[in-house]
Ligand binder design. Structure first.
Ligand code: FAD
Ligand code: UDP
Length: 387
């Protein structure tokens, strides 16, 4: 008899499994239908020995000290600040839009004050900011919106920005200075030896039994457990009773090239050309030195693995029906990006999972995080270079 069966070994499931086993002595059966842990954050060394992210680039960033301290029990870090360029009118320009973006696209030489005045003059002011289009045109006007957001968003989501919630493009700030970092969070770092190693450290505990390459339905038939923590798609859990919740999918094309470096930064976005949205060169993320380089192209599509919940009002209404059903289902807890249908980053999922552990155990988050580091784990020092 297990105390918990946890479905999904991504961030949500692995945090809950690890926490309940290590801090509260619970026995956990952790099941994933993939043949590895880590969920979408899984990374591995490819045929050439380059560390790559199988399901697209994952860059860790958070403002939550709790989340950073918690993960630091299981990994050392390599400091890394993410930078992205977008190909616009044949030039590589910074995204988020900043002073250099505007000067480069329009061949200008504005300073900060000039740019503020320029944006004020081109910004459109809708009465209410409701959609992903409204957010951008209200900040930077229609021309920059069309050059940098409209095409990318249509490709990424298969929908026009006017059909998506404001929250989608509100993820990307606009800056009038020259800061070209993608994120400005307090903590920005990559696990020194990769995400998968971090997950392995997290799950290395005698109370945790791993069952990989199996659907939980097959496993749950053969074992006894007290409660379930479910991190897969919530509509699938309930056999699509109210209809399918839309998820956007991606196809990944990985390549290794016989050059040491391909791109000036880790990611280049292609808002207006190619069927793919972006190309990532992994060595920027890991700091690895190697005479070859590995990259991945992301081709958005419908119908494959569910990667992105689609934030729009009708989907939120449908999710509410599933959420209510979930709340009324005894002994099953729903957590994570797919099970709560939220466009969450990794740190938000870790935070959500820690909150669930507090609820299950009665301990506060602080009490859980301040417990001594587990035996054999690495302390959370930040290293500036991978060794
Ligand atoms: P998942 O990682 O999806 O894990 C769910 C697991 O459940 C999966 O492994 C699945 O196989 C398993 N499962 C589902 N159904 C079953 C079943 N029936 N039986 C058994 N197992 C099942 N976040 C960031 O913070 N920074 C980034 O740079 C970033 N980049 C991203 C890039 C891409 C392309 C994508 C798709 C996401 C990105 N994210 C990023 C978001 C990040 O991936 C998620 O926040 C996080 O991985 C979600 O963890 P999770 O455990 O909720 O879900
Ligand atoms: N986006 C865009 N152009 C860009 C970058 C982002 O239009 O060059 C929009 C697009 O709708 C995207 C959203 O902003 O889906 C959020 O971007 P982010 O980079 O956060 O997406 P993720 O890494 O989650 O795929």
């Amino acid at each position: 008899m297990f105390d918990y069966i946890v479905v999904g070994a991504g961030f949500a499931g692995s945090v809950v499994a690890s926490q309940m086993a290590r801090n509260f002595g619970k026995t956990v059966l952790l099941v994933d239908r993939r043949d590895h842990v880590g969920g979408n954050a899984y990374d591995h060394y490819d045929q050439s020995g380059i560390l790559v992210h199988k399901y697209g680039p994952h860059i860790f960033h958070t403002n939550s000290r709790d989340v950073f301290e918690y993960l630091s029990k299981f990994t050392e870090w390599r400091q890394y600040e993410h930078r992205v360029r977008a190909k616009v009118d044949g030039k590589l320009v910074p995204i988020p839009i900043n002073l250099d973006t505007v000067n480069s696209i329009y061949g200008l030489n504005l300073d900060v004050q000039d740019l503020e005045a320029y944006l004020e003059s081109v910004a459109e002011k809708p009465a209410v900011i409701r959609t992903a289009e409204d957010v951008v045109v209200s900040r930077v006007g229609r021309d920059l919106y069309e050059k940098m957001f409209r095409g990318y968003t249509r490709k990424q989501w298969g929908l026009d920005p006017s059909e998506l919630d404001a929250s989608v493009t509100a993820r990307i700030p606009v800056r009038t200075n020259r800061d070209d970092r993608y994120f400005t969070d307090t903590y920005q770092a990559m696990p020194l030896h990769g995400f998968t190693r971090m997950f392995e450290n997290m799950l290395d505990h005698p109370n945790i039994t791993l069952a990989l390459g199996l659907c939980y339905r097959d496993v749950a038939r053969c074992v006894k457990f007290r409660e379930m923590v479910y991190t897969g798609p919530i509509d699938e859990f309930f056999d699509y009773r109210f209809g399918n919740l839309p998820y956007r999918s991606l196809q990944f094309k990985h390549e290794t090239l016989d050059v040491e470096r391909l791109q000036p930064v880790a990611v280049i976005n292609y808002p207006n050309e190619h069927p793919y949205t972006r190309v990532t060169e992994f060595k920027h993320l890991s700091g690895q030195t190697h005479r070859k380089t590995s990259i991945v192209y992301e081709f958005p599509c419908n119908g494959g693995d569910p990667y992105y919940p689609v934030p729009r009002p009708e989907n939120a209404i449908l999710y509410k029906q599933y959420e209510a059903l979930g709340a009324a289902t005894p002994n099953v807890h729903f957590v994570g990006r797919l099970a709560t249908y939220k466009y969450y980053n990794m740190d938000q999922v870790v935070g959500q999972a820690l909150t669930l552990c507090s609820k299950l155990s009665g301990a506060t988050r602080g009490e859980m995080i301040r417990k001594p580091a587990p035996i054999g784990s690495t302390a959370g020092a930040v290293k500036s270079e991978a060794n």
